[in-house]
Design a protein around this ligand. Sequence first.
Ligand code: ADP
Length: 659
Amino acid sequence: MTKPIGRQIALGQPLFELEGITKVYNPDSEQRVEVLHGVSLKIQRGEFVAIMGASGSGKTTLMNILGCLDKPTGGRYLLAGTDVAGLDRSDLAWLRRSVFGFVFQSYNLIGTATAQENVEIPAIYAGHPAAERHRRAAELLGMLGLAERTTHRPNQLSGGQQQRVSIARALMNGGTAILADEPTGALDSTSGAEVLQFLEHLADEGHTVIIITHDAEVARHARRRIEIKDGNIVADVIQSWSEKAPSERPVKALDFIDHAKRLDEFSETLRMALRALRVNLLRTILTLLGIVIGVGSVVAMLAVGDGARQVVLDRIGSMGTDLLLIRPGAPNQRGVGNAIATLVPQDAEAISSLANVRAAVPELSASVTVRSGDSDYQTSATGTTADLTEIRDWPVARGSFFTREDAARYAAVTVLGQTVVNNLFPAGADPVGRFVLVNNVPFQVLGVMAAKGATASGADLDDVVFVPLSTGSLRLFGQRNVKTITVAVDDVDKIDATQSSVTALLAERHKAEDFQIRNMAAVLETAEATQNTLSVLLGSVGAISLLVGGIGVMNIMLVSVTERTREIGIRMATGARTRNILQQFLTEAVVVSIFGGLLGIGCGFAMAAGFMQFGVPAAVSLEVVALAFACAVAVGLVFGFAPALKAARLDPVVALASE
Ligand code: ADP
């Protein structure tokens, strides 16, 4: 990035040229004050000038205008031949970091940074490589007699030392023009004399040095004295000549090139953010807590929602979603069960031949007593067909299930549930091939079902014996009406059409709607919708906490901006761009949110684990974790933006003047 001004600096051209500069504060209000009344002056490169005047005469105002910290109300200001009025915020920031070096009465060092770090700030904004920066800062501090003090913070340095650090900072990027506002005002006479001597030395080295002072003694050190009174120049005298002839004085090369490497800039921004957060550790932790609680509750709440949902859906899903359940009795008729006798096994056979039907399995059960040897056991016998194992997805563990042929020849065969086996046979005994008495009728055991466990309501699924429906109706149940018909379909997508054709078929066969059909796919859908609502509800609770956490971040960032207005001013005076300030505060907010997000995810896991300890199902999914983390970062960005923008938009002079 090469700016127009860089090439136009000609030796003969004044560095500063003011023509009729005026400055009016609060122009449209009662407190309107005109501070400068048309100041005109020229300052050449390499001059050592004192601008002297009583307090309130407008010296600082003039210096702020010269240093591009403030804009004049009227008149023309040419910096090396370029009209400053035409430059935007970013150009002005660039001028401040590449042309000017400021030395203030109150030093204006950043309190949380070491001497070395303070000196490096202008170079960070100019994008000089870190190694070069460190080397130059150390060299400058050494030159100013502070080699031993590089890691000290401002509050560990004397006034004179702090002022020397600020001079080193002013020189960091070259310091073509050094603007010093009452540089000795807060110093004892010895330190003050040292500082003045050094400024004189800089002028000899080719820097243009301008000192603002009310003190004639200080002004005496400069080679030219400009006196200002009530906003007008009243005297402009040459006091002395440099001992070096102009030809001996080096011409300061103007390094007007920015080297900004975004990546380097970012790592510096991150370091500054971490430092700022560390300095206010308690406050940072409290802000963090808001985000931790927010993210933690999002994760935990969604985990509970997901857990509940999985349990419900698993229960329904384990029954199979490709099923239609047909029960006897008209819709809304009470007392559904064996008492209502409307479905017959032939209905199941008829349904089997419909399109898209894989199998239709009738079931009929009754309580029976099973006996083996001396043991009796009360259980329930279910009469069904050979397809049961397939549609229930329930294989036999040993032996085999009965076949269609067994049913056709009314064979007295049975397949036992695991619980029945456990109660009737000693451990390790194989019941397959043996005979048992079911309600005193001898049945041969063909096989043993695999253990299925308990239903959601706690009923033991393994406490059952299966017999062919034909044999069961004849010899055990004394009736042929079935309790349920379970229909499995081939294509679940067409389950609704199949339901309609089953309804039509049964209505046709019965001449009445004396049956009910439940569609498991539809049940699953309804359950899923209910569970989704639950998840949204729980998620909202988490989201609200996160929102509150976000507002906490914003609140703290606003406080932080207000507190650090002066620091922002210092950064702007040392050449920070609007973007740098915006980035810095935004980074602070986002760093807090990222830390909070990570801790929050950990807390969420812990809470979910806690819930599970108490028997509440919870399942943390990767999506939820990613979502919560993304939300945390977004919260940082969104809620950090307003404070960061507020900081970035501050006026450098206003920010510098703040307490
Ligand atoms: P000096 O540096 O010579 O003491 P200043 O330039 O600081 O003088 O101020 C000159 C005058 O301008 C003072 O009377 C002061 O009250 C006024 N002034 C300075 N800054 C502001 C401001 N931001 N708003 C209103 N008046 C101001």
